[in-house]
Design a protein around this ligand. Structure first.
Ligand code: ADP
Ligand code: MG
Length: 601
């Protein structure tokens, strides 16, 4: 008696569900397959909509060729494709899809709806499938093109549903897939809507530069260099980031082989090699690399998701990519670009070429004269500082003799420029100094003003139009109490009934500042001073603080002359290191600190 047969052929929908796992593992892979189908159908516009990270809905509409009713029904069958006809076609694949698996796979693990219409047809077709079973096929009015809605992914495969990650994770995969497709097909208009909100809207007929601009913003492009190079039938184009703009992850390395997003290890290694010695080993560039070659020289049929490829001549691809990147980043006489065969020990790239490259690509700044400004009273300009690791760089040793009390923070300085539209960058004999010009200005004004008061010589400026200032009752009481002191300090102030005062003169160093903000702030400061506020000296300081703050606030941006005057005056201040409110005016980085950071000590 024969035993019961154990082997059975799986029902088609079970087989599809299992196979689906290879093609569809998360919402972003649906986005990929549907967008690629739209591109293969010659769409000029592809609109993507996502809800709940793609768990609820992934919808892709295109204005491509569409399908007639028979094709629409066939398209969701496994191994149904219009793109190849026999096995030889695999040798020269020009479309993105060819395996005829995606729609069948997607439809088998979701609630799937396809609406499509070809040119010249009276009516379009709607196909509704739930978990791989066709529910409904009917005529449906629709514009030429195809719309596919995929809802409730893995609703019938709990084992896979469990592997879906958080909203953020799925969403970031979806966004990355959209960006990848957008970069691969710049001529196609594309949009992405996330939970009903328009996230990207990318114009048709864009260049790669336009796309990068639309996706990442205008300043991003400035950190990139154009790539263009051909070698042994391999054409490489795109953009590569300058060595100054690196990342801690490889998320911005996009590689396209014959227009297909790809992660070929040969190419990744070549990119690494291209950047060797230009960026630290633990940093990654941003690269948008388009490699084109005869399609018979690439095998894209290595993996169901088509993300990997195999090259007939990997060496040529590698050489072309390395040369393309080096050419984009380093001057033409880079020894790495010379014909091979000069020994295995590759020389480092010439430092001067790299430096020039960096200089060429600095953002535009104002031109400074770089004068050395001596702080010492004898006006002697010291020799330039040499930031050698062996040099002793303690401030007291290098300060020239005869400095005023030895308190000046530097004996000379030169202003190099301004960064972040604010901080002043200077070189001094001890290293690099960053100055907060607002804080510095407050300090300088504060000392000048208090000095003048104590000498009884405050310059006063009459206002053309006296200003009426209304204060809060609490502040008004303080100001009223201190009216005599304010007058002594150069404020022309009189009461105008209730909580209102008239100011008709200001100390001239504060001309331009708003009397209302000086008085309100002064009242706060005096109150904050608490019991110390009883002392005239600390009330004076409280008023001076307020006036300096208002005066600096009212100032426009400083020009070079003003900056240089300011740093000289700051150097002469009694307390140059902080503003009257105690915030730092300067941040130092000594040469020894810099040497240490560069590992030269
Ligand atoms: P493949 O893309 O590998 O051929 P798919 O399962 O993704 O397999 O698609 C099956 C077929 O359905 C395609 O070959 C194509 O003929 C048709 N098709 C899919 N999507 C579209 C679309 N957006 N517009 C027109 N035809 C499509
Ligand atoms: Mg496809």
């Amino acid at each position: 008696m024969s035993s019961k047969a154990l082997i059975r052929v799986l029902p088609i929908n079970v087989a599809n569900k299992i196979a689906a796992g290879e093609v569809v593992d998360r919402p972003s892979s649906i986005v990929k397959e549907l967008m690629e189908n739209a591109i293969d159908a010659s769409a000029t516009q592809v609109d993507v909509e996502i809800t709940a990270g793609g768990r609820k809905l992934v919808s892709v509409s295109d204005n491509g060729a569409g399908m007639n009713r028979d094709d629409a029904i066939l398209s969701v069958e496994r191994h149904a494709t219009s793109k190849i006809h026999d096995v030889d076609d695999i040798e020269r694949i020009a479309t993105l899809g060819f395996r005829g698996e995606a729609l069948a796979a997607i439809a088998s693990v979701s609630r799937f709806r396809l609406v499509t219409c070809t040119k010249g047809e009276d009516a379009g077709t709607e196909v509704v499938i739930t978990g791989g079973k066709i529910q409904d096929v009917r005529d449906f009015g629709a514009p030429v093109g195809t719309q596919i809605e995929v809802r409730d992914i893995f609703f019938n495969v709990p084992a896979r549903r469990k592997f879906l990650r958080s909203y953020e994770t799925e969403m970031s995969h979806v966004r990355d897939e959209f960006i990848t497709q957008a970069l691969a097909h710049c001529a196609t208009g594309m949009s992405l809507k996330v939970d009903g909100r328009a996230t990207y809207n990318l114009a048709r007929k864009s260049t790669l530069a336009d796309r990068l601009h639309d996706l990442f913003g205008s300043s991003y492009l400035k950190s990139l260099r154009d790539i263009g190079h051909s070698h042994a039938g391999v054409k490489v184009a795109g953009f590569a980031s300058l060595p100054v703009a690196t990342r801690s992850d490889r998320n911005e390395i996009y590689v396209f082989i014959n227009g297909r997003p790809t992660s070929a290890p040969v190419v990744s290694n070549a990119i690494r090699e291209g950047y060797r010695t230009l960026i630290p080993g633990d940093r990654f560039p941003s690269v948008f690399l388009f490699v084109e070659m005869d399609s018979s020289l690439v095998d894209v049929n290595v993996h169901p998701t088509k993300k990997e490829v195999r090259f007939r001549n990997p060496g040529d691809v590698r050489d072309a990519v390395i040369a393309a990147i080096r050419r984009a980043l380093v001057a033409k006489d880079d020894p790495l670009l010379r014909p091979a065969g000069q020994g295995k020990d590759r020389p480092e790239p010439p430092q001067a070429a790299v430096t020039q490259l960096l200089i060429d690509n600095l953002p535009p700044t104002r031109v400074f004269n770089y004068p050395r400004i001596p702080q010492a009273p004898d006006g002697r300009i010291p020799p330039p500082a040499v930031p050698s690791a062996t040099q002793k760089t303690s401030g007291t040793e290098s300060a020239p003799q005869g400095m005023p009390g030895g308190t000046a923070p530097w004996s000379w300085c030169r202003v190099l420029g301004q960064i972040g539209k604010l901080y002043v960058l200077m070189e001094t004999e001890d290293g690099l100094v960053l100055v907060d010009p607002h804080a510095a200005h407050e300090r300088v004004l504060f000392e000048k003003y208090l000095g003048a008061i104590h000498k009884g010589r405050v310059d006063v400026q009459t206002l053309l139009i006296p200003e009426t200032v209304e204060l809060k009752p609490k502040d008004a009481i303080v100001v009223r109490k201190n009216q005599d002191l304010l007058k002594k300090m150069g404020f022309g102030i009189s009461e105008f009934g209730a909580d209102t005062f008239v100011v008709d003169a200001l100390p001239s160093c504060f001309a331009g500042a708003a009397p209302s903000s000086i008085l309100a702030e002064a009242a706060h400061n005096i109150e904050d001073a608490g019991s110390r506020g009883g002392k005239e000296r600390s009330r004076e300081e409280a008023i001076a603080q307020a006036a300096c703050k208002a005066a600096v606030k009212a100032r426009d941006r400083l020009n070079l002359d003003e900056i240089e005057k300011l740093v000289v005056e700051l150097g002469k201040a009694e307390m140059p290191y902080t503003c009257p409110h105690g915030r730092p005016t300067v941040v130092f980085m000594s040469f020894s600190e810099i040497n240490r950071k560069f590992g030269r000590e």
